[in-house]
Design a protein around this ligand. Structure first.
Ligand code: ATP
Length: 317
């Protein structure tokens, strides 16, 4: 089976003014990678690393300066219309819905753009409305929706024609915890049910952990890492943090095996301990803490994606 995305030495330059001179910026630099059908790939990197430019070339919005790209076995620029039938794109910060129309009407327009039969349109709309819990606001104009509601509608709009590949650019940006969780669950389900391939850019490590089985890290237009999330954690030693609220003011919990004490608040009532998930577990750390103090509450902080990216960059240079 041929890959659903394949790039070979893909490159894109921009020319910008620098005072009186023109300067060349190489946004994507001879990048080669491929993605198999059915995969879920996280595409991460610092601001300006080249993520959006890559996505624009994959979807035919931007013409490459050099190199090759094939998406769903098509040439994105030349075959853009055919590609639109195979790919769904969600931009967290840009809407593809009609602001003054009720959500339902946006779906009807999109279904007719994609030339869905009325039976397919009905079946797919019902499925998406049900799984994304949108029935309450189908008649509401898009401009009146909350961000979480709008994002669900955006995702439904991008998936209405059952694309083989879904590209999501910051799909959970600005969403509250519950909305993020719902959207992630939906995407996991969609992939399981329909074998949809997912490629997403995000600044949220939770998206990567819940959704992706492979991670690409881009640095100045080059791939700095391509592998599993576990491998990424091993490469950079991404740490988790256990935050414990204690029943009494307690001296700093030093000497807990495989942890580093990050700090205390309120005279030791709340303490933060970093641990490496490769070497120990949250349960083991909690067990050791409980021997020294009564724990009232706890939470675990996910690794910070900016920190992970910085460490990958440092390791690859
Ligand atoms: N239209 C453009 N004209 C000039 N330079 C551009 C243009 N689009 C992108 N660039 C430059 O190309 C580089 C890569 O930008 P790109 O938007 O692909 O990064 P990104 O990884 O998506 O960043 P972010 O996370 O901030 O969205 C940056 O240096 C950016 O300034």
């Amino acid at each position: 089976m041929s890959p659903i995305i394949e790039t070979r030495e893909l490159t894109r330059d921009f020319h910008v003014r620098d005072g009186l001179r023109r300067k060349r910026i190489r946004a994507v630099d001879e990048m080669s990678f491929s993605v198999d059908a059915g995969a879920a790939v996280g595409y991460i990197g610092a601001n300006g690393a080249g993520k959006s430019t890559t996505i624009k070339m994959l979807t035919g919005i931007l013409v490459p300066t050099s190199g090759e790209v094939r998406t769903c076995d098509l040439r994105p620029v030349q075959d853009r219309r055919r590609l639109a039938r195979e790919v769904g794109v969600v931009f967290g910060q840009r809407s593809q819905l009609w602001w003054d129309l009720p959500v339902r009407e946006s779906f009807t327009i999109l279904a007719s753009i994609h030339a869905l039969s009325s039976a397919d349109e009905r079946a797919r709309t019902d499925e998406l409305v049900d799984r994304l819990e949108m029935s309450e606001y189908l008649g509401t104009p898009v401009r009146q929706l909350s961000l979480g509601q709008r994002m669900r509608a955006e995702v439904a709009a991008a998936l209405l024609h059952s694309p083989r590949l879904v590209i999501l650019d910051e799909p959970t940006i600005g969403l509250d915890v519950l909305s993020k969780q719902r959207l992630r669950e939906f995407l996991v389900q969609e992939r399981q049910t329909h074998g949809t391939t997912l490629l997403l850019t995000t600044h949220d490590m939770g998206d990567i952990e819940r959704l992706c089985d492979r991670v690409l890290v881009v640095d100045h237009g080059h791939l700095a890492y391509d592998g599993t999330l576990d491998g990424l954690s091993r490469t950079v030693g991404a740490q988790r943090v256990l935050v414990v609220d204690l029943a009494e003011q307690t001296p700093d919990l030093l000497g807990i095996p495989d942890t580093a004490h990050l700090g205390s608040e309120s005279r030791g009532l709340r303490q933060r301990l970093a641990f490496d998930a490769e070497r120990t577990t949250a349960a083991r750390v909690l067990g050791a803490v409980s021997e020294q103090a009564e724990v009232l509450d706890l939470s675990i902080e996910e690794p910070d994606i900016e920190d992970v990216v910085r460490r990958v960059y440092a390791a690859s240079r």
